[in-house]
Ligand binder design. Structure first.
Ligand SMILES: [Fe+2]
Ligand SMILES: [Fe+2]
Length: 303
């Protein structure tokens, strides 16, 4: 079941030979750094998005899709942005610019993009909600990190779809989670693949750290990179909730672990969350994510 050392080296080597790497759209780069600022204004966001006319069209289409029940159709971007709100603006921008780079390139029977989106958006929403509860100043970056944390899965799926086919098969056959199956088949994981593209795209160090380390949070990181802490928790709860690419049920919960004690010692306001509240909390955030994916899918199929 284990791959050879040569095969492992090949994956890293093959990545380095890729020349047609998709570029990160300029609008994303600008928006990411702007959303980190303390007083975010819709007017400035509109100016940034205006540079990308297809994205403007997509925003207006979603706001006028009937989902918001508006009496009149909206043709002003600024007004549309105010109605959508920051979460949805960010999700649409990333869905349109980043996910669409990978979307439909290798449509196949084993990699379910819809589940991938649901999990990413759910992790972003949940991470943001928990970071808000903990009054973390960088909660908007937590949302971005949630959307991007598993981007390496798209990289492997884009460049090595046959390897992912094997990874899913191994996960099924041996009842493994996908990360373990990635290690088992390639000794190369979606976290490394994500880090590779994050470096190429010059993403900020905080995001690179989340992409590489969201599965291995250690005690030190809880204080040095709080964003990774919130994504780690959100990712665990989102996996537990379901709607992930995982082929085996996720049963381990973070709230009984030593790590959870360290987290709640660092962010005492999280202690107020009882397990039953947490389940309800996760349910709500994941249902929102689900509804939003449906909405995005609907506007895509209308095209
Ligand atoms: Fe992951
Ligand atoms: Fe994840």
């Amino acid at each position: 079941m284990n791959s050879s050392v040569n095969e492992q080296l090949d994956i890293r080597k093959e990545l380095e030979t890729i020349t047609d790497l998709p570029t990160l759209p300029h609008v994303i780069v600008q928006l990411m750094s702007y959303l980190d600022e303390p007083d975010v204004e819709f007017k400035r966001i509109a100016q940034i998005i205006q540079e990308d006319p297809p994205l403007v069209a997509q925003m207006l289409k979603i706001v006028n899709s009937g989902f918001y029940g508006l009496p009149n159709s909206i043709d002003d971007l600024h007004q549309a942005l105010v109605i959508l709100g920051l979460d949805e603006i960010q999700t649409i921008v990333f869905a349109d610019s980043v996910y669409s780079i990978f979307y439909n390139i290798h449509e196949n029977d084993f990699f379910d993009y819809q589940l991938f989106w649901q999990h990413s958006i759910g992790t972003a929403r949940l991470g943001y909600a928990l970071a808000s509860l903990a009054t973390l100043p960088q909660k908007r970056t937590v949302y971005t990190a949630g959307l991007l944390h598993d981007i390496g899965r798209l990289v492997i799926q884009l460049y090595f779809p046959e390897h992912y086919r094997h990874i899913f098969a191994i996960a099924h056959e041996h009842q493994l989670d996908l990360l373990t199956a990635e290690v088992s088949h390639l000794n190369f994981t979606h976290t490394e693949a994500g880090y590779w593209i994050a470096e190429k795209w010059n993403l900020p160090d905080t995001l690179k750290d989340v992409i590489l380390n969201h599965h291995n949070l250690d005690e030190e990181t809880i204080t040095t990179n709080p964003i990774n802490t919130f994504i780690h928790i959100a990712n665990e709860f989102a996996r537990l909730w379901g709607n992930t690419l995982e082929v085996t049920p996720v049963t381990i919960s973070i709230e009984n672990t030593e790590l959870w004690h360290h987290i709640t010692d660092t962010y005492p306001s999280l202690k107020s969350l009882q397990v039953k509240d947490l389940i309800q909390f996760v349910d709500l955030r994941m249902e929102e994510a689900d509804a939003f994916v449906q909405k995005l899918k609907q506007t895509r199929t209308d095209e």
